[in-house]
Design a protein around this ligand. Sequence first.
Ligand code: GDP
Ligand code: IMO
Ligand code: MG
Length: 423
Amino acid sequence: MTVTAVVGAQWGDEGKGRIIDYLAQNADVVIRFQGGDNAGHTVVNEYGKHALHLIPSGIFNPETQNIIGSGCVVNPEALAKEMESLTAVGVSLDNLWLSTRAQMVMPYHRTLDELEERARGKDTIGTTKRGIGPAYADKAARSGLRLGDLLHPDWLEARLDNALRTVHRKIEILGGEPVDGKELYACCMDYREQFAHRIVDTAPMVRRAIQAGQDVLLEGQLGVMRDLDWGIYPYVTSSNPTAAYAPAGAGLPARALDRVVGVVKAYSTAVGDGPFPVELFDEAGEKLRQVGEEFGATTGRPRRCGWFDGVAIGYATWLNGMTGLAITKLDILDHFDEIKICVGYEMPDGSVITDSMPDTPLLYQVKPVYETWLGWRESTEQCRRWDDLPKAARAYIHRLAELAGVKVDYVSVGPERDQMFVV
Ligand code: GDP
Ligand code: IMO
Ligand code: MG
């Protein structure tokens, strides 16, 4: 039995979906532990290519129980759409469960996300506009609605009433249109109709799985650099993608966690605003974007691209307590004569740091210190074992592991399920 958290070790979009899909071939349970439909977790397998937003990436294994955990915020409309698209290609949703304790993203949360971004003027966060921040804000303010509320219509009506008292005021201040409480209640009754049979207290399910010694995967959303506490605040999401939150958001004790796999791209990308020291504005950056097809899986925005950031990975390893790395998109570097790695940040006073992450205002001022490596210039796409990799690619991976301070467990050389191997 193993409980494994799979988390993003950079700025998101590291390839968590494809890693979970691979590991879920042998998992009994997969639990999404935070975030909402801001996620775009791409999975490519015999069912085609799917960008999953809410549904755990273990859904393609019909033997695996898939749970949307209490740490998540769930937009029922987005969920319905996603379920439809999976059903259309023959994926079974019989094993999809929603925690009674997960928060709902209501239509007004999306409105507020738009209005709040607009109100920030030129100092935007670059959110996905999926209502994630406002939904978590309501959760903390104790005015959120939970999926479990749908099971109790009278209670739901009172909770909605309560929520709308402040929602109305916020929307008015920000210049939006008033919302219709009756219409929203009717929407909720629709959601009840669609989802009631899947909304369960997931805590006993998870407890039984752990007690029976089953294999459990905890699926993170985004990455450590956008963590609410430890990322580049305020350019972060409103939850904690780090492994420490995985047990809390999934509903199991912290000491149940056995392994933490940090997913990292062989280079860096980010979407949204805020400091990104390794960002390239030159030809190499454009080439990473084109060859790596670096466009957002949720919003379609071009991703900001740069070389691998060895400072960020050291930080991510420590904070997440990673037991191993999963390196993705190595194949994209097949096309480069020269590859750089950022091994330190030069601070405004000329000193170089390698083992901590400066706070946001300082991070804007650091200059990356690079090492230059020769590319291997041959395709790795067909490699299925460590020894198949070109010597220079193995050396490159060794260097990434050294900077991370942890071993490499998996290497991925393409988006397809079989384009990956255990090291
Ligand atoms: P996630 O949000 O962390 O699950 O990552 P995304 O799905 O947003 O972005 C990762 C993208 O890279 C997706 O389009 C994947 O299909 C693709 N991908 C994942 N691993 C590899 C790989 O090893 N090689 C290549 N070429 N593409 C990959
Ligand atoms: P996955 O799970 C990349 C970024 C947004 C923005 C910030 C806050 O696919 O890795 P939010 O909508 O959460 O309030 O936006 O976080 N962001 C992501 N970037 N991948 C994601 O998800 C993201 N989810 C949010 O661009 O900078
Ligand atoms: Mg993504």
